[in-house]
Structure formats: structure tokens, C-alpha cells
Design a protein around this ligand. Structure first.
Ligand SMILES: Nc1nc2c(ncn2[C@@H]2O[C@H](COP(=O)(O)OP(=O)(O)OP(=O)(O)O)[C@@H](O)[C@H]2O)c(=O)[nH]1
Ligand SMILES: [Mg+2]
Length: 510
């Protein structure tokens, strides 16, 4: 009896736990956590393998990428914000998980009034929730003007957790900043000076980039990062109105150096260089979601949130994700594909995964590597496109011509590669040129074999046809000849000789 009672009890507890967590499950995706700690190795860690699968999915690998992350102090509604971003994205774009479903665009993308909020884990209370850097496992797909784009979201562990090594904060800030096209700096109320100082590494990197651009006298200058959006939550000051307009004025105030003597060097350096670091700096002042947020039972649903919050929240999310507002990821001014972003991400995460912060030079090298990989790929594509053009397979000198074409084309694409403006040093570039030559040779060998076989088959067929034509021609000629008087008299003479026993072969005249 006791055993049955306890079994029931266990079952009820299990069901209660499952039901209380059920609202946390999202139908299409989950988060993939990456830890930037020394114990996790980007080469072997299973989370990195999942990232590789995501980025190299055949639908995604060659798409340009819009990639957004949100960073900022813990317990300030970062994951909550991203979960509403997910609602917008699922209502407006197809994703890998929903690829085969019809997309029924819904103008009320924020969902039903009573729909619990799911996606990245979020919770009430004062204890930190998100740990590490979290990628949403599902990737959104969009096509505009014939260009295919992938959209990726990243959530992050809260910064400024007391008692934690501040290096971890700097790593999360730095690593996500390098790999994203939109970085949201989530701040509750007004900004504190130490929060702003997190941008130091970013602005130093920008300085290094500008220095290299000058050294290399590059004609086209670009900023190393795309968009930084300061998102002020629970804005409650009447001096600036909500939204981007109020944000612009407030941001200008923050970034102004009012009193040089009272400001430390770090703070001044950030302010002086931040504008050269990003293509676009903006700020958004968002009101509080209302008192409902304090209730322990609140499940994130849309209905009970304050109207003023809802209105601004909609403007904010649409300003980021509507098709015309999407910002694609660039490295040194070049848009990169998901496949290239994966290599870049792995290389940046490797740089940030040691116990100390990486030197800007080493991060710079990662970016240079991606720039060269990208240009090499372009060169290889150009080569492959041109080498197979205008081939005449029946040309008897086909193989010699092919070899000559290969050599001159290889030289041409390498010359084009050299001419392209780039941030790489000469030695690094030369190393890549050497690798490029080897890759093109390997591509040529792989491609040549079936092409030469085809050429040989065609030549053999041609020979056979020629031979048949020759036999037919001879046969025709013979038939015509047999009808001539000379042939008839000659044949008559031969038969006569044969009858006299002077030859055995009557047909020898033919
Ligand atoms: N005051 C306020 N609370 C919010 C806002 N948005 C969400 N919250 C609440 O803040 C609490 C924490 O939300 P999360 O999204 O888990 O916060 P987080 O920044 O991701 O927290 P960590 O993962 O711990 O860094 C929840 O109770 C949310 O309901 C907001 O704009 N203002
Ligand atoms: Mg969180």
C-alpha cells in the first residue's frame, strides 16, 4: 500500500516539475551554450560542433549574415527582450526549422495576450540566470534583391556580477562584439562610467585598424564594427523622451567630454574613439514594462504589459529586424558568409578562451585571416568559373591547351588577388598566395581527370565514326566502279584467265 502511495507521489511531483517547465520549451529551437573558459576547447567541445552544424547547414553556409547579440548587467531583461525578437522573427521569416511550413505573416507578431514567453531561458528573481554565450539553434532566412541572408541571435551571461573576475565580463563583451553586426548594450536606467569602460578594448582595436589602414595607404577606409545600440530600460527621466530621438540626445551627452581634468584617461579614450569604431551608434530609451513584471507568477505574456512599453518595444524590435533595416556582418569592410563567420567565430573564441584577455594584435590577426580566406575563396571561384568556359573537347591538342589555360588562369586570379586592397602584411599575404596556388592546382587535378576522360571518349567515338564513314565511302565507290565498262571488261578477262587455270582468285581485282 505504502509503495503504491509513494509511486503516485513521485509521479505527481514529476508531472508538476514537467508542467512548470513546459512553458520554457520553444517548438523550433533551443540555445547552444559556449563557455569561454580554459576547460572548453573550440576544436573538440560538443557545443562548438553544434555551432559548426548550424553555420554549415546547406541552406545557410553561403548566405551573408545578420548577427545580433545583447550584453549588459545581469537581471536586466536581456533574455526577455530576445524572446520577443524570436517572436518577431518567427512571424516574419522562415527558419531552418520551419523551412517546409507555409509562412503566414502575422502583423501582430508579439503573439496572443495570454501566450507565455519562451525561447532563451529567462526568469524572475535576483539570482543570475544566463551562463556563457548562447546561440539560438535555429537560423532565420531571408532573401532580398536576389541576395540570401541568414539571421542569428546570441544571448549572453550578465556582466558586473559581484565577486566575479572582471576579465570574464571583458571577454564576453569583446568576443561577441567582434563576431556580431549588431551589438546591443542593455542598461537599466542611466549608464555608469565602468559600464562605458568596457568599450575600451573595442575602441583600441579600432585605433589599431585605422593605424594599419594608414600604413597600407588603403583608399577605402572602413570602421571595424557595424552597429552599437545602447538600450536604456525602465527609462524614467522626463528630460529625454522615449525611443531613438531621446536616446540620441542622451547618448551625445554621455559621449561629450565635459571636463578633461575630472575624467580619467580610459574614459576619455573611449569617448574620443568610439565614433571611429562603429558605422552606426544609436540609443533607445525604453519605458518600464509595468508593475506586472514584479509578480512571481508572470510568464512573460504580452497582454498585461504597459501600453507605453508595448508601443516602444514594437518600434524597437521592428527597427532592427524589418527587412530594410537588416545589417549584414562585415570584416574589414567585406560582407562575409555564414561559413566564413564560423571560421572567424572559432578563431575569435580561441583567442578569448585563455585565462588572460587576448592582445588586440592577435584578434587583428584573426580578422586578417578571414579577410584572406574570403579573398582566396573568391579567387578559387573565379578560377573554377573561367577554366570550364569554352572548352572544345574534340580538339586533338585538348590536354596541352588545358594545361596552358590552367597556368595562365592561375596567374591571372593570383594577380587579381594581389591587387585587392587588404589589411594583411606582406608575409602573411605571401603565405596565403602559396596556399592559393596549391589549392588551385589540387582543384585542377580533381577537375581535369573526368574532363580528360570525356575528351578521350569523344575522340574515340569520333575515330569510330570516321572509320565507318570511310568504309561507307569505299563501299559506295566500289559499287560505282563495278558498273563501269573498264571493270566489266577487266572482270571478263580475269574470269577467262581463271578458266584457263592461270589464277585461283576471281575476286582479286576488287
Ligand atoms: N524592470 C524591468 N524588468 C524587466 C524588463 N524586461 C524584463 N524584465 C524582468 O527582468 C527579470 C529578468 O529577466 P531576464 O530576461 O532573465 O534578465 P537577464 O538580463 O537575461 O538576466 P541574466 O540572464 O541573469 O543576466 C524578469 O523578471 C523579467 O520579467 C524591463 O524592461 N524592465
Ligand atoms: Mg538572461
Amino acid at each position: 500500500m505504502n509503495l503504491i502511495f509513494y509511486s503516485y507521489l513521485i509521479l505527481i511531483v514529476f508531472l508538476t516539475i514537467s508542467l512548470s517547465n513546459a512553458h520554457k520549451l520553444h517548438p523550433y529551437g533551443q540555445s547552444i551554450t559556449i563557455q569561454l573558459s580554459e576547460d572548453s576547447d573550440p576544436k573538440t567541445d560538443s557545443s562548438f560542433n553544434k555551432l559548426k552544424e548550424m553555420f554549415t547547414h546547406p541552406e545557410v553556409a553561403n548566405r551573408k549574415v545578420v548577427i545580433l547579440s545583447i550584453i549588459g548587467a545581469y537581471r536586466k531583461g536581456k533574455s526577455f527582450f530576445l524572446d520577443y525578437c524570436l517572436r518577431f522573427l518567427y512571424a516574419n521569416y522562415r527558419s531552418i526549422a520551419t523551412l517546409n511550413q507555409p509562412l503566414v505573416k502575422n502583423n501582430n507578431w508579439w503573439g496572443r495576450d495570454d501566450e507565455p514567453l519562451t525561447g532563451f531561458s529567462w526568469k524572475h528573481g535576483s539570482e543570475p540566470d544566463t551562463k556563457g554565450i548562447l546561440f539560438w539553434s535555429d537560423i532565420f532566412l531571408h532573401e532580398q534583391n536576389g541576395e540570401k541572408i541568414a539571421i542569428i541571435l546570441i544571448d549572453t551571461q550578465g556582466l558586473f556580477e559581484s565577486g566575479r573576475d572582471s576579465n570574464i565580463d571583458a571577454k564576453i563583451f569583446g568576443a561577441t562584439n567582434f563576431i556580431t553586426s549588431i551589438q546591443i548594450f542593455n542598461i537599466r536606467d542611466v549608464i555608469q562610467e565602468d559600464q562605458l569602460e568596457h568599450l575600451k578594448m573595442v575602441t583600441d582595436f579600432a585605433k589599431l585598424t585605422t593605424k594599419r589602414q594608414k600604413e597600407k595607404s588603403l583608399k577605402s577606409s572602413f570602421k571595424p564594427f557595424q552597429n552599437l545600440l545602447f538600450l536604456f530600460r525602465d527609462w524614467d527621466h522626463e528630460d529625454h523622451g522615449y525611443g531613438y530621438e531621446g536616446g540620441k540626445i542622451y547618448l551625445e551627452n554621455i559621449l561629450r567630454i565635459k571636463n578633461v581634468k575630472n575624467m580619467n584617461e580610459k574614459a576619455q579614450s573611449v569617448r574620443n574613439n568610439i565614433k571611429d569604431s562603429y558605422d552606426n551608434l544609436s540609443a533607445f530609451l525604453l519605458p518600464s514594462p509595468g508593475r506586472i513584471i514584479r509578480k512571481k507568477t508572470f510568464d512573460g505574456r504580452w497582454g498585461p504589459l504597459d501600453d507605453e512599453f508595448k508601443e516602444n518595444f514594437i518600434t524597437l524590435i521592428e527597427s532592427i529586424f524589418l527587412p530594410q533595416n537588416l545589417i549584414k556582418k562585415k570584416v574589414f569592410g567585406n560582407e562575409i558568409t555564414a561559413k566564413e563567420l564560423l571560421m572567424y567565430t572559432l578563431s575569435i573564441f580561441s583567442a578569448f578562451h585563455g585565462s588572460d584577455l587576448p592582445e588586440n594584435d592577435s584578434v587583428f590577426d584573426s580578422a586578417v585571416k578571414i579577410e584572406l580566406i574570403k579573398l582566396s575563396e573568391e579567387a578559387i571561384n573565379e578560377y573554377m568559373k573561367k577554366i570550364s568556359k569554352g572548352l572544345i573537347y574534340t580538339n586533338p591538342n585538348f590536354v596541352t591547351k588545358l594545361l596552358n589555360d590552367h597556368k595562365s588562369l592561375q596567374m591571372e586570379v593570383i594577380e587579381n588577388f594581389k591587387k585587392k586592397p587588404k589589411m594583411a602584411d606582406e608575409d602573411v599575404e605571401n603565405k596565403f598566395i602559396k596556399e592559393l596556388k596549391t589549392t588551385i592546382n589540387a582543384k585542377f587535378s580533381g577537375w581535369k581527370a573526368p574532363v580528360v576522360t570525356l575528351h578521350e571518349q569523344l575522340i574515340a567515338q569520333q575515330r569510330q565514326l570516321d572509320h565507318q564513314a570511310l568504309v561507307q565511302r569505299r563501299e559506295g565507290a566500289r559499287r560505282i566502279y563495278e558498273k563501269t565498262p573498264q571493270y566489266q571488261s577487266c572482270r571478263f578477262f580475269t574470269m577467262y584467265m581463271h578458266d584457263c587455270g592461270m589464277t585461283n582468285n576471281v575476286n582479286s581485282v576488287t
